[in-house]
Design a protein. Sequence first.
Length: 60
Amino acid sequence: MCKRIFNYSALFYELRNIGCSFANMEKSLCTYTIAGFRDNLTTKYPSLKTQITNIVKDYE
């Protein structure tokens, strides 16, 4: 079985660079999937939806 290992610190770094706060990223982690994390985060930052989606899709 092939497992993909991601460096999620890079994900948080990229999201921080576009303006997401660590506090809101932490709150958005209350989910079971990375897609849920993305959806929670875009709810908090609707103006960054496209950028968030593009960043998170690399980790799905």
